[in-house]
Design a protein around this ligand. Structure first.
Ligand SMILES: Nc1ncnc2c1ncn2[C@@H]1O[C@H](COP(=O)(O)OP(=O)(O)O)[C@@H](O)[C@H]1O
Ligand SMILES: [Mg+2]
Length: 230
């Protein structure tokens, strides 16, 4: 395997029972993502996008096929190893932000660094730098309820960046934002990719977020039906 390939999926299948039928949520999916790529996974609701992200991040078991992330063969790992793998290698961004309501903006960003055992002064410094990068340093001591949706998502992005993971994944990160704010968040993702070289995999059903030059993987009924540069 090429060491620049940070994600490799080979013949990945995931089925869910549905009455007497089975739903093929992932129907023989194969693709790879190189270090430094910006990839959009596009498809209608129910096409298998979230299942694919859950498979790549080791949150679900697949029925067959192989997945490697940053050189780790995750389809072979125990639950404990997967939890450790995720903390080090994957930054996850959520549609509804999932901020800790009892922690300030900067404390939310510090949380993964606290879990990683980074000393207080160092994690505070790093969290403040990340809030600067995502454009929200002026809100660092605010509580989540004092922030707008777009501001909360910037904090969520800073938190995902904190452990410096090999890949950043986001499931409908603009789904709860108005279109203008959503476009600004996509611009931030592009900046993280172009200026900091971050590898990003973004799931969306929204075609209007696609910009020329983006690599788009299109899903339909659990199948990868198109892989092209927009
Ligand atoms: N935990 C589950 N149990 C049963 N069916 C599921 C489960 N998760 C997803 N599915 C089904 O798998 C298909 C793909 O779902 P999903 O990956 O959530 O699609 P998307 O994120 O593109 O909307 C859908 O038909 C969905 O109903
Ligand atoms: Mg989904």
């Amino acid at each position: 395997m090429d060491h620049e390939e940070v994600v490799v999926c080979k013949d990945v299948v995931k089925e869910y029972p549905s009455g007497s039928l089975v739903i093929k949520a992932l129907d023989n999916i194969s693709f790879s993502v190189q270090k430094g790529e910006f990839v959009i996974i596009l498809g209608k609701s129910g096409s298998g996008k979230s299942t694919l992200l859950s498979a790549i991040t080791g949150l679900i078991d697949v029925d067959s096929g192989d997945i490697w992330v940053n050189g780790h063969h995750i389809t072979d790992m125990s639950e404990d190893d997967l939890a450790r793998f995720r903390r080090k290698n994957v930054g996850i961004i959520f549609q509804f932000f999932n901020l800790h309501e009892a922690l300030s903006a900067v404390e939310n960003v510090e949380l993964p660094l606290f879990i990683a055992g980074i000393p207080k002064a160092e994690r505070r410094k790093r969290a403040e730098e990340l809030l600067e990068i995502v454009g929200i340093a002026h809100r660092k001591d605010h509580w989540p309820y004092e922030l707008s949706g777009g501001e909360k998502q910037r904090v969520g992005i800073a938190r995902a960046l904190a452990p410096d993971p090999a890949i950043i994944v986001a499931d409908e990160p603009t789904g709860d934002l108005d279109s203008e704010t959503g476009a600004q968040i996509m611009e931030l993702f592009e900046k993280l990719n172009k200026e900091l070289g971050k590898t990003l995999i973004i799931v969306t059903h929204d075609e209007t977020l696609i910009r020329p030059g983006m690599r788009v993987l299109r899903m339909q009924d659990g199948k990868l039906v198109q892989d092209h540069i927009a």
